[in-house]
Design a protein. Structure first.
Length: 99
């Protein structure tokens, strides 16, 4: 074979390889494009319901915190009063006994 024919065949092979690689990349790139577009659409559609859900979750959290604080406040105040009375009684007894 003549060297000029080999050069032409080499150039054609390089062109074919480039075209094949380009064709193999087109499918995934198109799929990626539509996936990104779909995610943008979903994000636009779901933003409002997610904000509503966040609002309700915050309301529930605040209500639960308020109620749990009110429930726990009674035993804590009883315990605090009992400890204060015990310490005061001990102090008075120690004072009377002269300790």
């Amino acid at each position: 074979m003549e060297p000029s024919i080999l050069v032409i065949l080499r150039d054609l092979a390089v062109i074919l390889i480039v075209l094949e690689v380009g064709a193999m990349l087109v499918g995934p790139l198109v799929a990626l494009f539509f996936v990104v577009q779909g995610l943008r659409w979903v994000k636009r559609k779901i933003r409002s319901p997610l904000l509503q859900a966040q609002l309700w979750a915050m309301r529930i959290d605040r209500g639960a915190t308020r109620v749990s604080g009110a429930v726990v406040e009674v035993p804590i105040s009883i315990q605090t009063a009992a400890v204060r009375a015990s310490i005061t009684t001990r102090g008075v007894v120690n004072y009377v006994l002269g300790r």
